[in-house]
Design a protein around this ligand. Sequence first.
Ligand SMILES: Cc1cc2nc3c(=O)[nH]c(=O)nc-3n(C[C@H](O)[C@H](O)[C@H](O)COP(=O)(O)OP(=O)(O)OC[C@H]3O[C@@H](n4cnc5c(N)ncnc54)[C@H](O)[C@@H]3O)c2cc1C
Length: 397
Amino acid sequence: MSKVAVIGGGASGLTAAIYAAMRHEVVVFERNNECGKKILATGNGKCNMWNKDQSLDHYHSSSAFIKDFFHENMDIFAFFQKLDLVPIEKEGYYYPHSKQAITVRNALERVALQNGVVIQKNFFIQEIKKENNQFILNPNFEHLVFDKVILACGSKCAPKTGSDGIGYELAKIFSHTVVMPRPSLVQLYSDASFLKEWNGVRSEAEVTLQIDKNEIKKEGGEIQLTKNGISGICVFNISRSVKEALDHHRKVEVKINFFPDCDDVFSFLEKRSSLIKDVSLDVFLEAIIPYKLAFVLLKCAHLSSNMTWNVLKPEEKRDLVSVLTAFTIKIVDTNSFAEAQCCSGGVSLDEINLDTMESKLVSNLYIIGELLDVDGDCGGYNLGFAWLSGIKCGKNC
Ligand SMILES: Cc1cc2nc3c(=O)[nH]c(=O)nc-3n(C[C@H](O)[C@H](O)[C@H](O)COP(=O)(O)OP(=O)(O)OC[C@H]3O[C@@H](n4cnc5c(N)ncnc54)[C@H](O)[C@@H]3O)c2cc1C
């Protein structure tokens, strides 16, 4: 039986601890006065803990090795059962039956304790040394000695939950490469002049990320138009490469189709105008899109709201259809790490044995969860990776 230290009592750390405790003496060190603070914030407090669609394109990394992680078919439902959770599915998204994230956090902690894991709260690990095949945590004061260490410190996002990037520094002590972390699943900022006018509007839309005019990713869903730019799950899902592109001075734009379900908006408007004749454009549009948005779009198409569809010249009609279906907004920044739901980048997967999560550089050192260079789409994929990497590590360490 080895002595195993888990640094971080979040989703991945507690999962690894539960499995490692079957064969080892395990201590979890958590800097906060409670474990899993981030879990409590997930899915708006409901915890979207898994997704039925596990195709690889929902997980992202700068390493091609990511596909190797998913070679093994892991039974996530056996894990949920171990936690005595009752998962319910809605349109492919899994939640605990209680629809409360605290159920998941409490289950992890309870099962860890039942399996003999010791949880040390309010315990911050700021330094690790390896000497004579053993790890010494906080060598200058506590001097705690372990045979194996699992780094599960999270990334740099939502630092108020305890993950402030210290995990990257601990990994760097052992010469691990950290791919630059950037905010992902995050609101996108623009400097357009009309943002105050559309603030608060929500609309169904299809959004397309364009970098230097090349289409990168398309997503559909509810868009939120804010005083800083654009938000909503569909925007989050196209956000991961934005910060990197901006850092490299590339042109970032999002094209928004406010009529995603209509193939021929021109004909739709022509037909509508034949039914309701001679109404001003604002009234003409108000019935089909939010009125605040109608005003912004008319302004951007350089059309007066007093005009009617019938008096528009053909090119003006085309301009109006274009702002409705291919409205292009320039993106100048993303929201901060504090507001992001995850980070792109992290400890390089190239340096991790993806069958065991052990470091290829230092034996008996393991790295899991969001600290690694893996980020998932919205929809249960980030917790999904935390569970899966925790299980693999705990079983194999
Ligand atoms: C607002 C929000 C909503 C989200 N919603 C979802 C969702 O619905 N579905 C989904 O799949 N994902 C969601 N995510 C992402 C998901 O929560 C994370 O990917 C996941 O929790 C990562 O788990 P982790 O264990 O790797 O890291 P973390 O959860 O960040 O845990 C790391 C833990 O380590 C502790 N720690 C760090 N450094 C030290 C140290 N040196 N010493 C001691 N302790 C330390 C921290 O205090 C923390 O408790 C959301 C994230 C946010 C911010």
